[in-house]
Design a protein around this ligand. Structure first.
Ligand code: GLN
Length: 566
């Protein structure tokens, strides 16, 4: 991209005030959708103020899910929202942490790049941040770059990012930047009053860093009446019409439509001197209306168990949850997730916890806590013929279960959990044997996979070759493939050189499929993932819930080729 066109790139900075978990990511993602719906190429970048180089080494309880991009970056879960809302693949250029920024500055210092200079927060660290944003903008070729600053204004860690985005205004011109401050207007229950004071203070703090917001997006339970808007406008110096109300909506995918009505995108375009146009939101609207309609019908509910280790925090499995929702809308049913802590299955038994579900899903994970519970859940799904979908660790444990209980390899295991097992059916990948460092060293990002003709996987995808995203160190041990196959395990997805098992399935079962990759990372509301669609359709059939999805998907062992699966 030429310097000229890179200069004309617009930047929208989104900061957050008052409380964390305000939904800044959804607001940024929604704005991305609204800009794209107007034909403007838009990308979204997340700046995370913590010192980890990336979230890959953090516990899901600390951070929620780790979202993996096509090019194998381990990133914040907000990137998942961005991709799902703008329906566009992002890359490692779309996320950076303070840790990565400091690391790069210190590496430069050691190399002697600053020789003679005293390395300082300003300008060295701020330049590093701005350099990253410019490179990311060029890489994306986007007209508009939305930058979400993680954390809350006032956090010590976030100061340097605020300073960098303040300088950007001077560097690229006032009319090329727009500052959005997302905030919260609490409602005092006792007096039933909306309070603006926390927002006044938060904007004061932002201004003390040299940033005057152009737009406020106010999370609120109740409608902002004209006097509240006037007060917010007066104290924060934000135009009255740029005080955007953001009330809670039932479904996150309604947020773009809601914010469009409230005029968010129009204000952003105005501020950056770009012409407004009518957004094309027809499909998005149809989709959200369809979801709303289905959700209002209790008879459409299908209960699906997610058996995992981090079930107390649904953010740990956010892409799985969203993928189930996308598939449910497509199939025409409503999914109710029954969260099950795998350790509880160890204590209470699978039957006690799973007898009321119509589908069982074991997602990805690490570490041996609750592993036997997952294996029992899979045994139950296999024997009771309940639809099963296994993701990554959910595939590895399915192989362990089959080896133990069908091939009679007593004590079979993954060497991740038992490195002395007699039957190491899951073992460390060859190229992982010498890896010592933990950060960013797994098999990460997209890899091709060839599907077995005639398999359920092949029918679901309706493609011979697929590409999916990975995040793992262990794999099916090829030494046991023959024995597993002889007893009926189908290796329905293999790497092109056939050396890596990427998908397994079982015949003589309504739906039993598992994959080494993470399909949940690629499902979009307007493009649900075929594995999730097949799984939800099979679970609906199991529950005798009638959806309205007609397709060519054939559930295993069905001879029909074009009937409705639900
Ligand atoms: N712990 C397993 C591995 O490293 C599975 C990883 C996952 O589920 N993402 O291979």
């Amino acid at each position: 991209m030429s310097l000229k066109s890179s200069i004309s790139t617009r930047y929208v900075f989104v900061t957050g005030g008052v409380v964390s978990s305000l939904g800044k990511g959804i607001i940024a993602a929604s704005l991305g959708r609204l800009l794209r719906a107007r034909g403007l190429d838009t990308t979204i970048i997340k700046l995370d103020p913590y010192l980890n180089v990336d979230p890959g080494t953090m516990s899901p309880y600390q951070h929620g899910e780790v979202f993996v991009t096509e090019d194998g970056a381990e990133t914040d879960l907000d990137l998942g929202h961005y991709e799902r809302f703008i329906n566009h693949d992002l890359s490692r250029m779309n996320a950076v942490t303070a840790g990565a920024i400091y690391k790069s500055v210190l590496e430069k210092e050691r190399r002697g790049d600053y020789l003679g200079g005293t390395v300082q927060m300003i300008p060295h660290v701020t330049n590093e941040i701005k350099g990253f944003l410019r490179r990311a903008a060029e890489h994306s070729q986007a007209h508009v770059v939305i930058v979400e600053v993680g954390g809350t204004v006032g956090d010590i860690e976030g100061l340097i990012f605020l300073e960098a985005i303040r300088q950007m205004r001077k560097d690229i011109g006032r009319d090329h930047v727009c500052y959005i401050h997302a905030t919260m207007i609490p409602n005092l229950r006792t007096t039933n009053e909306l309070k603006t004071k926390p927002t006044q203070h938060s904007v004061d703090t932002l201004r003390s860093r040299g940033i005057q917001p152009d737009i406020l997006v106010c999370r609120t339970e109740r409608t902002l009446n004209p006097s509240i808007r006037e007060k917010l406008s007066l104290f924060t110096d934000v135009d009255n019409n740029a005080v955007i109300q953001c009330k809670d909506v039932g479904n996150i995918y309604e947020v773009p439509l809601y914010l469009e009505q409230e005029g968010l995108c129009e204000r952003v375009l105005e501020k950056m001197g770009l012409p407004n146009s009518t957004p094309d939101l027809v499909e998005w609207k149809t989709l959200t209306e369809r979801t709303k309609l289905i959700d209002s019908q209790a008879t459409k509910t299908v209960q699906i168990a997610v058996v995992g280790k981090y079930v107390m925090l649904s953010d740990a499995y956010i892409s799985v949850v969203e993928s189930l929702k996308h598939a449910a809308t497509k199939v025409g049913v409503k999914v109710a997730i029954k969260w099950i802590l795998s350790e509880d299955i160890e204590k209470q038994g699978a039957q006690a916890l799973l007898s009321d579900v119509s589908g069982i899903l074991v997602p990805g994970g690490f570490g041996d806590r609750g592993i036997e519970g997952k294996i029992s859940a899979i045994e139950y799904a296999r024997k009771q013929k309940i639809p099963y979908l296994g993701l990554c660790l959910g595939m590895q444990t399915a192989v362990v279960e089959f080896a133990r209980n069908v091939v009679a390899m007593a004590g079979a295991h993954s060497t991740e959990f038992d490195n002395k097992t007699k039957y190491p059916v899951i073992d460390l990948m060859a190229d992982q044997q010498t890896v010592v460092e933990k950060g960013g060293t797994m098999r990460l990002g997209k890899y091709p996979c060839h599907l077995l003709p005639g398999s359920l996987a092949r029918r679901l995808y309706n493609q011979d070759d697929i590409s999916e995203r990975h995040r793992h160190r262990y794999e099916v041990n090829n030494a046991y493939r023959q024995q597993l196959e002889a007893k009926g395990m189908i290796f329905s997805g293999l790497s092109p050189d056939k050396r890596l098992v990427e998908m397994i399935e079982l015949g003589d079962h309504p739906f039993f499929i598992a994959c080494q990759f993470h399909p949940e990372l690629k499902s979009r509301p307007d493009n649900p993932h075929p594995l999730f669609v097949g799984f939800v359709a099979a679970s609906a059939k199991q529950a005798s819930v009638v959806g309205d999805f007609e397709s060519n998907i054939v559930v295993a062992n069905s001879s029909e080729t074009s009937s409705s699966v639900v």
